[in-house]
Design a binder for this molecule. Structure first.
Ligand code: ADE
Length: 454
């Protein structure tokens, strides 16, 4: 590859003689030319700029000087790479397209890269317009801030491109894992010896020699960092970029791992404004947990009696008795929980068969935990469960903290059983549950609560 930089401050680019780029030039992997734009001026004062037509502050770089310079510099590329090579004219400007690693990778595939550094208010726009008819032109910005000229941005581009050329970076593996690589995540934090420095210890796992655990730890830290610093990058991940084990950490960070990739997830208390959507969601999701043999009329009757907008309004009006949390995915309701609290500390569960197996007091019931089917497996149930248990752990009944929560789930609902068993619930017995006119067997699970410190 050949790179030519045209500038009125060629000394600015001396830094390219150093380090890996310098070595790449010495080693012949990269041909680099730095040219003084003033060599193409024709007047005594070597003038490169003029006042802006139409008025305004500052000066604009003259197209005729740039035109002469670029003719000669483009010809250098033809001599070096032949007439068929791919040539890109890159013009750094704060009004350009934001440079990113994808674009850098693309430019690393060019044969000849010419960087035209503007100063003052920039280069007469006809220069980019004219050369766009002959070569690829890229007006690029290195960030949303304004520099005095394009030289620093030229240094950035040369270094970013050069390190991708074969043989420039000694260990190509270090390119694979870094920030803005194919994983779509920022890089995890790195450490070296000594293991303890100024009271700060290197995380134990990195000294454990356990490769799988180290990889998981690094992945979790990369996800955390990216979520905190670049949520836009998390939102741009596709489902295929997610690995097993990502879902849990994403959920903790406020993301659901949906089939379309991570989406922002918020769990909050339901309000009166949610009632219509809640009832819709409840009517859509309740049948999913019912066994196939239940007649649809019975299911519908249950929904009408217990999950109508009027019923949800009652639940919300009686906050001492009911706790309703909703999961909002990208601003839309995707799941909810309904918990029933005891009014008295020693109030037993309402049914005798539950009372027989759930003996801790005060005890609440997790009556409903439902998530839209299209986003099952995204971690939303986990987020709802965590938030519900945390909210219940913070509640007291007659001054006493809740000791436990119980729930009943259809004895045949294997998916639910696996989920509860995996999330710390203990199967304590069975009960009967009436849907419409039918009596169903339910498994009863109990989860003890650790009261949150007040
Ligand atoms: N010239 C001045 N500011 C710039 C920026 N942010 N990026 C590229 N070139 C520039």
């Amino acid at each position: 590859m050949r790179i030519d930089v045209v500038t009125i401050f060629p000394e600015y680019l001396h830094a390219l003689r150093l380090s890996l780029v310098g070595k790449a030039v010495e080693g012949g992997v990269l041909a680099l030319g730095v040219h003084d734009l003033r060599d193409w001026t024709t007047d005594r004062h070597h003038t490169v700029d003029d006042t802006p037509l139409g008025g305004g502050a500052g000066m604009v770089m003259k197209p005729d000087v740039w035109g002469r310079a670029l003719e000669d510099v483009l010809a250098l590329g033809v001599s070096h790479c032949g007439p068929e090579g791919r040539t890109v004219l890159a013009i750094p400007t704060p009004s350009g397209e934001r440079l990113d690693q994808r674009r850098v990778e693309d430019l690393a595939g060019a044969d000849h890269l010419v960087i035209a550094c503007g100063r003052y208010e920039g280069i007469d726009s006809r220069v980019a317009e004219h050369y766009a008819r002959r070569v690829e032109v890229l007006e690029y910005s290195i960030g949303d801030y304004v520099l005095n000229g394009g030289e620093a941005a030229a240094l950035v581009l040369v270094e970013a491109v050069a390190r991708l050329l074969p043989g420039v970076v000694g260990n190509p593996e270090s390119l694979a894992e870094e920030s803005h690589g194919a994983a779509g995540l920022l890089e995890y934090p790195v450490y070296t010896r000594p293991p303890l420095w100024r009271g700060l210890a290197v995380p134990d796992v990195l000294l454990s020699g356990h490769h799988a655990r180290i990889a998981r730890w690094r992945r979790d830290r990369a996800l955390e960092r990216t979520s905190a610093r670049r949520p836009d990058m998390v939102a741009a991940l596709t489902a295929s970029q997610l690995e097993r084990g990502d879902r849990e950490v994403l959920t903790r960070l406020g993301w659901a791992a949906t089939p379309a990739g991570p989406r922002p997830l918020a769990v909050r208390h339901a309000t009166g404004d949610d009632v219509a959507h809640l009832a819709e969601l409840a009517a859509e999701t309740f049948p999913l947990a019912c066994p196939d043999h239940l007649p649809a009329e019975d299911v519908a009757a249950f929904v009408r009696a217990n999950l109508s907008p009027a019923r949800f309004r009652e639940y919300l009006a009686d906050a001492g008795r009911y706790l309703v949390l909703v999961a909002e995915l990208d601003g839309e309701l995707a799941g909810y929980t309904l918990s029933v609290l005891p009014r008295a500390a020693d109030e037993p569960p309402y049914a005798a068969d539950v009372e027989a197996v759930v003996t801790v007091r005060p005890v609440a019931e997790l009556s409903k935990i439902y998530v839209r089917e299209a986003v099952h497996g995204s971690g939303i149930s986990q987020a709802l469960m965590d938030a519900t248990l945390a909210a219940l752990a913070a509640r007291t009944v007659e001054g006493q903290p809740l000791v436990g929560v119980w729930l009943g789930t259809n004895a045949r609902n294997r998916r639910a059983h696996t989920f509860y068993a995996r999330t710390g619930w203990e199967l304590v017995g069975t009960r009967h549950f009436t849907v419409g006119g039918r009596v169903e067997d339910d498994a009863v699970f109990l989860r003890r609560l650790v009261a949150s410190p007040s």
